[in-house]
Design a protein around this ligand. Structure first.
Ligand SMILES: Nc1ncnc2c1ncn2[C@@H]1O[C@H](COP(=O)(O)OP(=O)(O)OP(=O)(O)O)[C@@H](O)[C@H]1O
Ligand SMILES: [Mg+2]
Length: 233
């Protein structure tokens, strides 16, 4: 199993949903897709989704990328945005250039269209993080993010934001407050219970709609890999 090494450059993640569509793990991603679709109603459509977790290396990017693939497989026009401008990996996973991306759209007058690349997966488009920005939190908190969010909603059926950990920096909180739903990734034997609690508190504080948790790396065959918090609705 890959270890989280702080000194190592972040790497591409495994696209199991492309490599082995029939594996139980791919089936789990499809189950998560179904659950998100069911959580979406006409009154509260879930069209924009944040994927985050309490700490580093818990599988946020793995979950975001594989979910994006299964949503695209269902025929929806999907955009995966690498909103982790601190440790971006989406360009590596999808073998794309990262010379233009989110940081350009938020930091300059660049039109969002010019920062979107088609991926090798039909219906799946990618906005990579773009060149390193000095101030990711300020960029994500700016009015330009609201404008971008609106433009993306008008141009795609489903938009997934791959974010940094919620406890470390405010980026995920900021974007979670602007999207329809947020999923927390929990990695077996890595995620600490108190950190997960803290992550939930931080998201609740900004009125994020926390849909539930994705269990990444569970060895339990019966575990569907998805759990609703039960918001009492
Ligand atoms: N269930 C798993 N089993 C084995 N390795 C995994 C699993 N999930 C993720 N990994 C590996 O662990 C590393 C971290 O995963 P990933 O990049 O998805 O996490 P992350 O939460 O996005 O990390 P970061 O906080 O750095 O953004 C990667 O090398 C990935 O391939
Ligand atoms: Mg990541």
């Amino acid at each position: 199993m890959a270890k989280n090494n702080k000194n190592k450059a972040p790497e591409a993640v495994s696209l199991i949903t492309l490599v082995d569509k029939t594996s139980p793990i791919s089936e789990r991603y499809r189950t998560i897709r179904t659950n998100i679709q069911f959580a979406s109603s006409t009154n509260h459509q879930i069209k924009t989704l944040v994927i985050t977790s309490s700490g580093p290396g818990e599988g946020k990017s793995t979950t975001a990328a594989n979910l994006a693939v299964v949503f695209a497989n269902s025929g929806q026009r999907v955009l995966l945005v690498d909103a982790d401008m601190r440790k971006p990996t989406v360009h590596k996973t999808f073998l794309l250039s990262n010379s233009v991306g989110l940081s350009n759209v938020l930091g300059t007058e660049l039109n969002f269209n010019e920062a979107v690349q088609p991926s090798a997966v039909p219906n799946l488009y990618v906005m990579t993080s773009g060149p390193k920005a000095q101030n990711p939190s300020e960029l994500l908190g700016s009015i330009r993010t609201d404008k971008l969010m609106q433009e993306l909603r008008e141009n795609y059926d489903f938009i997934i934001f791959d974010m940094p950990p919620v406890v470390a920096v405010t980026d995920a909180q900021i974007v979670a407050s602007k999207v329809d739903g947020t999923m927390l990734v929990v990695r077996e034997n890595v995620t600490r219970k108190d950190s997960l609690q803290k992550a939930r508190e931080l998201l609740t504080m900004v009125n994020a709609n926390v849909l539930g948790a994705v269990f990444n790396g569970s060895t339990d065959e019966n575990d569907q890999g998805y759990y609703y918090y039960g918001t009492g609705e």
